[in-house]
Design a binder for this molecule. Structure first.
Ligand code: AMP
Length: 395
């Protein structure tokens, strides 16, 4: 299947509906606390404007039930004006006669922002008529919202059928290309570092990536279910009894596919799930009752670091411990530094999926890896080997 690149489309004199991901976090004062999603959409917006087109920006924010002032995109206007250096016009309804009139009269270089698409339940229901109304505002459709490409919604999937000219935005294209670099003929050896709280949320990912990785590192809370499976004592560490069979399955397939699997050798345990608890380092198979493992230990860090630094492609998804508490951040910060070091040594590194992104930002290493994915759920589904509906719709 074929997808046009943004560089193949002429935008001169055209009205371009850009589906962006402006689902930015808002603090108690109603201010944007992290503008990275807006910043990530700027190359596409600026490309359309400098090519003589006009932009109709469409996004969702949060999960409103009907109109909800707190989730109005109107509050993004000052930040958009600052970043785009234009007078962005806000339209208080994403469809309807007034919106249509303004959009039909848009002249090159102008930008409008539509109100939160999810104020209409039709957005999530992928409604045909709602999508048709939205599509009637523009000549060209661009999807640049990677974070929602795994959702089959009106503005991400249904809408595409109404356009002859459509393509991925520059951010979406980068996301697709980064995943290709990892999953199609990557530079070897390839190492995947998978962590986070639970095995259950990552099983399909792990099984699928066994097809192209050479090394699989498992850390974080999910490692204890593997340790228990292998006969170790895990004390009160996080454990998923109903996932022991999945661990067997993963170990079996890893062995069959010649993937080297690395589990922790030691762990930092605590007598409580809290920052100020007593902690000590024990063998991973010897966690005493009443204690829980909250981070990987120093021997494990050394072992994992050796593997990561010798890799030419690295995927990192999920923290190695409860990195939100400074007492248990060392494992995750060390692994983040190793991924950065591998990148300096020439490896391609891709970091994605919610908490590992938060971790890499916490340790100020976001500029030291090759690519940080903007899509948590979308990236996990891509790694599971699923075709994302928002990308298929552009083909
Ligand atoms: P996930 O969303 O599955 O990637 O999980 C991320 C969460 O896992 C983070 O909030 C971590 O604090 C948590 N986590 C990592 N290691 C552990 C652990 N050993 N015990 C409990 N939670 C953990």
């Amino acid at each position: 299947m074929f997808m046009k690149s943004i560089s193949e489309i002429s935008f001169s004199g055209k009205k371009v509906l850009i589906r962006t991901d402006f689902n930015v976090p808002i603090n108690e004062l109603g201010e944007i606390s992290d503008n990275s999603r807006i910043v990530a959409s700027l190359p596409t917006i600026k490309h359309v404007l400098s090519s003589g087109g006009s932009c109709i920006l469409a996004s969702h924010m949060g999960r409103p039930k009907g109109n909800n002032e707190e989730l109005s995109l109107a509050r993004l206007i000052p930040e958009l004006n600052r970043l785009i250096d234009a007078d962005v016009v806000f339209l208080a309804d994403c469809i309807g006669p007034h919106t249509k009139e303004v959009c039909l009269n848009l002249t090159p270089g102008k930008v409008v922002l539509l109100e939160n698409l999810r104020f209409y339940k039709e957005e999530i229901l992928a409604d045909f008529n709602f999508a048709k109304e939205l599509a009637s505002l523009a000549d060209v459709y661009i999807n640049d919202a990677y974070g929602t490409t795994h959702r089959e919604h009106a503005s991400t999937v249904t809408i595409a059928q109404f356009f002859n000219e459509k393509c991925a935005g520059m951010l979406l294209e980068k996301e697709i290309n980064s995943l290709k670099k990892l999953m199609d003929k990557p530079k070897k050896p390839v190492t995947a570092i998978i962590g986070g709280a639970k095995v259950s949320s990552k099983i399909s990912v792990i099984i699928n990536i066994l097809d192209f990785v050479d090394n699989l590192i498992i850390g974080g809370g999910m490692a204890y279910t593997f340790v228990k499976h292998n006969g170790g004592r895990i004390g009160d560490s996080i454990f998923e009894k109903d996932r022991l069979k999945d661990c067997s399955n993963i170990l079996f397939h890893a062995n069959k596919k010649n993937v080297k699997l690395f589990l922790p050798d030691d762990t930092v345990v605590s007598d409580q799930f809290s920052e100020k608890s007593i902690k000590k380092i024990v063998d991973i198979n010897e966690v005493p009752d009443g204690w829980l493992g909250l981070d990987i230990g120093p021997r494990t860090i050394e072992k994992f670091e050796r593997v990561i630094k010798n890799s030419r492609t690295v995927l990192w998804n999920g923290p190695m411990g409860v990195f939100e508490m400074s007492s248990y951040e060392k494992g995750t910060s060390s692994i983040a530094k190793s991924v950065a070091q591998a990148t300096i040594n020439g490896a391609f590194s891709l970091v994605g999926g919610g908490d590992s992104v938060a971790a890499i930002k916490k340790f100020n290493l976001e500029n030291d890896v090759s690519f940080i994915s903007t899509g948590g759920g979308a990236m996990l589904e891509s790694l599971e080997g699923k075709a994302l509906p928002g990308i298929k719709a552009l083909m």
